[in-house]
Design a protein around this ligand. Structure first.
Ligand code: AGP
Length: 610
């Protein structure tokens, strides 16, 4: 939700800021802007409504010169997308970019207005420029002035500030929204996320909650909430700049779908020992005693990660014999939940910063749960607050529609389930070996699906003018049906709903006629006969069936209009495989409809508001 970049060094900053924002555009794309401090200490702001291309056109005509600057790409919360509401906000020599929400901004605005301040935007952010310039006017240096402003605000923020009174300095602060510093030689960087830094440095420092930092050309200094200096060694990230490029694909989403075999292999590597049936999860401190004492699992997540959590419940119940509940991060806290003793609360979030999931994790923890984070982003807020962490190794995911993060979450949840099954003594070494051997084949099965892309694209071409679609699945394929429908609606803007196939007769069947394509996950497993029956019910009402079935299946093709084949993976592992044709189906429908696949309207990749 909004991307922030900053640069101070010897190079011209405008191009660096724009390049960084390009890598963060997935965080929001309603408007964008930069502020650059010239060598004469003047700060110039250029900003406009629309995607980065609009800002780039402005810069092409008149690029501000200077060696320090900040930039922002916005996902609107307070104030509609417009030139005036675009960041940076500027007042009296101070320019500010902000990601987050200031809850008491109306009171602060009122007080500032009473003192003679005039505001030019509807945003909550603009108050920072006024508060900081006032403090600097009273003689404070930039660091103290930002601190003084922060004392007055309640809310969440990642903030970057430059000031005409403080040449060569950027001050940043973090509370709940992410910020990572990039360390260079004679130049320093800051960004909301690592991909914005990769072209310049892989040595990074993640800022902690309540921390501030002062960036100057020759180094960075970090301070805690009380102003004490913090010395933290940088970490070297193993992501490469190439990973944040499209690499010849038309869209990031397409590249990321094709990266899934590798991403899953990377997530499993070094963790699954097929020889012994053991799983090694470095970030999990739970021992056998702790695992046996667990009474319940609680998975919390949002969106696609919630779908992964629904599959995760099946893994944990089947392989670890642990009773599990799954809750939406956005619902959990608001229903006065009960967390029983011995609960392992697992927050699943690719970004590690989804506010609702973080809130749910905090509530579970407050009630005494042991906590575990499953995330793709090193040191992000959710892993940082959890007792244990299990990282997926999907690499940077730039497309707003999540693909490889979903399948790697499933791989991580599967590993966790095998691990807990072994620790709890309910999964024999032989059974674990069998599960892990099958898991290792998932990348190859996905390759086989990817090889069928032309056929999936052809099926997609017959769906582009559908108005409504249904996705049906049972057991582990029910969450895949939900995910297939979500992928399609978020990037193609077609209306699609996922249902547990057995629920169709309790309502959704009323929707079916010859204009409603129904995608049915008809793969092997305990519900196979029943799902074949569901297909017959759809056909009896004139519905068009697009079935996913196993290679070699002869029954389902006879009762379906279109068939997509998947390799015969075991039912528990099939979700990692069957979701891939659904991702490709959504991708090709959207691409053929000409929508903005990587940056669908109204969405942002990380949702740091509740
Ligand atoms: C999925 O394509 C979306 N990007 C969205 O549903 C996403 O999964 C959700 O916002 C949760 O994000 P997280 O995994 O970063 O917590």
């Amino acid at each position: 939700m909004c991307g922030i970049v900053g640069y101070v060094g010897q190079q011209e900053s405008a191009g660096i800021l724009l390049g960084g924002l390009r890598k963060l555009e997935y965080r929001g794309y309603d408007s964008a802007g930069i502020a650059v401090q010239s060598d004469e200490n003047r700060v110039r702001v250029l900003r406009c409504r629309g995607k980065l291309d609009a800002l780039e056109a402005l810069l092409a005509a008149d690029s501000p010169k200077g060696h320090a600057g900040i930039g922002h790409t916005r996902w609107a919360t307070h104030g509609r997308p417009s030139d005036e509401n675009a960041h940076p906000h500027f007042h009296s020599g101070v320019a500010v970019v902000h990601n987050g929400i200031i809850e008491n901004h109306l009171e602060l605005k009122e007080a500032l207005r009473a003192a003679g301040h005039r505001f030019t935007s509807e945003t909550d952010t603009e108050i920072f420029a006024h508060l900081i310039s006032d403090a600097q006017g009273a003689g404070q240096d930039l660091l103290s002035a930002v601190r003084a402003a922060l004392v007055k605000v309640h809310g969440t923020y990642a903030l970057a500030v430059i000031s005409e009174r403080s040449p060569g300095q950027i001050v940043v602060a973090k509370n709940a929204s992410p910020l990572v510093l990039g360390l260079g030689r004679g130049e320093q960087f800051v960004a909301s996320d690592v991909p914005a830094l990769l072209a310049h440095t892989r040595d990074v420092v993640f800022l902690g909650e309540g921390e501030m930092a002062l960036l100057q050309r020759d180094g960075v200094r970090i301070f805690d909430e009380r102003g004490g200096e913090v010395h933290r060694a940088p970490r070297r990230v193993d992501w490469t700049p190439l990973m944040a490029e499209k690499g010849g694909h038309k869209h990031f989403m397409h590249k990321e779908i094709h990266e899934q075999p590798q991403a899953i292999a990377d997530t499993i590597r070094g963790r699954a020992s097929v020889e012994s049936g053991d799983v090694h999860l470095g970030g999990l401190t739970l021992d056998a005693g702790g695992a046996v004492a667990l009474g319940r699992g609680l998975l919390v997540a949002c969106g696609t990660s919630w779908h992964a959590a629904l599959v995760g419940r099946i893994y944990l119940e089947t392989l670890a014999r642990l009773p599990v509940e799954v809750d939406l991060g956005s619902e959990f806290r608001f229903r006065d939940p009960l967390v029983s003793p011995g609960t392992l609360a697992i927050a699943v979030s690719q970004s590690g910063e989804t506010a609702d999931t973080l809130g749910a994790l905090r509530e579970a923890r407050r009630q005494g749960a042991r906590t575990l984070a499953i995330s793709n982003v090193l040191d992000s807020a959710i892993p940082r607050e959890a007792d244990d962490v299990l990282y997926t190794h999907a690499g940077p995911e730039i497309g707003v529609a999540s693909t490889k993060c979903f399948t790697t979450q499933l791989a991580a949840l599967f590993l966790l389930a095998v691990k807990l099954g072994r620790l709890r003594g309910v999964l024999s070494p032989e059974a674990a070996q069998e599960q892990l051997t099958a898991l290792r084949q998932v990348p190859q099965w996905i390759e086989e699906v990817l090889a069928d892309e032309a056929r999936i694209a052809a099926v997609a071409s017959r769906l582009t003018s559908a108005r409504d679609l249904l996705f049906l699945g049972r057991g582990p394929q029910f969450p895949v049906a939900l995910e297939g429908a979500l992928k399609l609606k978020e990037i193609s803007y077609l209306h699609a709903e996922g249902y547990a196939a057995g629920e169709m007769k309790h309502g959704p069947i009323a929707l079916i006629d010859s204009n409603v394509p129904v995608v049915v996950l008809a793969t092997p497993g305990p519900g196979y006969d029943k799902i074949a029956g569901n297909i017959e019910e759809v056909r009896a009402r004139g519905g068009k069936v697009i079935a996913l079935c196993a290679q070699g299946d002869e029954r389902i093709p006879r009762i379906s209009d279109e068939v997509l084949r998947v390799p015969p993976a075991p039912p528990l592992l099939l979700p990692m495989v069957t979701v891939v044709p659904l991702q490709l189906l959504a991708y090709h429908v959207a691409d053929q409809r000409g929508t903005d696949v990587d940056q669908p309207r109204n969405l942002a990749k990380s949702v740091t508001v509740e």
